[in-house]
Write a protein that binds this ligand. Structure first.
Ligand code: AMP
Ligand code: MG
Length: 345
């Protein structure tokens, strides 16, 4: 009897030690500049460094395929051959294009990767941003139509129906890269990891101590990374689109990087930030860009009706709204005191 008790106590001590050990694991951290942004990773487990290296290599591969700044990439080839022929593309680009068209349809064209020419005209992410001539915008607007994206799955190729049409995958490629990161972490046997691709956060599992990851929602008017609240998640992605991410100012007007495909101008809805919480990052990326354009009223209803998708929206008049599924996981906490949480609508 005494012996059994001793063994039981020993087993309990061992279990506690193991759990504590797991909870105290030291992560491997990495910061890298890829896809035009800072990518940070925090990964736990035996193969953490290997997994991080594999993810960095994969993101570089995806950047080369999907950025319009590399002439050998799929996006550039599609643009170059617009109106002429389909071009063979990588499976990953095909997946991203299929998602892009799906979300264009779902959002009534708020999301539209054929805004490429307009994005170029504004040059917001370049060293020479400028307000284009009105006529130039109107001319380029005629080239914007996601229905002109031709995808041939059988031959794994894609193209654009008319000459001079142009795609820009900047609103969705990082989301896909985030999903790929999670796929690779799993391949390396990782069960707990965090990656942030310039505002697109994706987490695998919970933290090693069993608690959820706490993701800060950036204060869109603070230059030093202050938060307006925190959302607790596990196995989820948290993606934000905001007018503070890339912009320039001229004559007191802020021109940001999210283009309303209906006007050709930076979207002028009542939102300054739109966050989507979902299971799949490529979906959240497309949805955060589109809800930002759609504005508060439409976006709340739209997201409430999407299974497994939640949203946090911040308006120009500094009010913060969250969809009903976040009641328990989102905590509003605004140090600046400038924002107001509108709990019930
Ligand atoms: P995000 O930061 O994910 O909201 O994406 C913004 C980026 O997506 C811009 O820098 C453009 O490259 C691209 N983009 C801008 N407007 C749109 C739009 N209406 N639909 C799809 N992509 C867009
Ligand atoms: Mg996006």
């Amino acid at each position: 009897m005494y012996k059994t008790l001793k063994v039981a106590i020993l087993v309990i001590i061992l279990i506690i030690a193991l759990v504590a050990c797991k909870g105290w694991q030291k992560p491997v951290e990495s910061e890298n500049f890829l896809m035009g942004t800072i990518i940070s990773q925090r990964v736990y487990g035996k193969n953490a460094q290997k997994a991080i290296d594999a993810v960095n290599r994969r993101i570089l591969e995806l950047e080369e395929l999907m950025t319009v700044n590399r002439s050998a990439g799929d996006a550039s080839k599609i643009n170059e051959m617009s109106g002429k022929s389909l071009v063979p593309i990588d499976q990953s680009t095909l997946q991203v294009l299929k998602k892009a068209v799906y979300f264009s349809r779902l959002t009534g064209g708020a999301f539209d990767v054929t805004v490429g020419k307009i994005v170029q005209l504004w040059g917001i992410s370049t060293d020479n941003p400028n307000v284009p001539d009105k006529q130039e915008i109107l001319d380029s607007l005629k080239l914007v139509n996601y229905e002109d994206i031709i995808i041939d799955e059988y031959s794994c190729s894609a193209g654009l129906r008319y000459e001079n049409q142009s795609i820009d995958l900047g609103g969705i490629a990082k989301g896909y890269a985030g999903d790929e990161a999670i796929r690779l972490y799993k391949e390396y046997g990782i069960t707990s990891a965090y990656i942030n691709l310039g505002g697109n956060v994706v987490v695998l599992g919970k933290k090693p101590d069993g608690s959820p990851w706490r993701i800060g929602i950036q204060n869109p008017r603070s230059s030093n990374g202050k938060y307006i609240g925190i959302v607790e998640v596990a196995d989820k992605t948290v993606v934000t689109s905001g007018d503070y991410e890339r912009f320039f100012e001229k004559d007191g007007v802020r021109y940001h990087h999210i283009i309303d495909p209906k006007t050709g101008y930076p979207s002028n809805s009542d939102l300054i930030s739109s966050t989507i919480i979902a299971d799949v990052s490529v979906d959240a990326d497309a949805l955060s860009t589109s809800t930002f354009i759609m504005g508060l009223e439409k976006s709340i209803d739209f997201v409430e009706n999407l299974e497994g998708v939640e949203g946090i929206f911040i308006t120009k008049d500094k009010k913060v709204y969250a969809t009903s599924g976040l009641r328990d996981s989102f905590r509003f906490s605004d140090e600046s005191g400038e924002f107001e949480y509108v709990e019930k609508r």
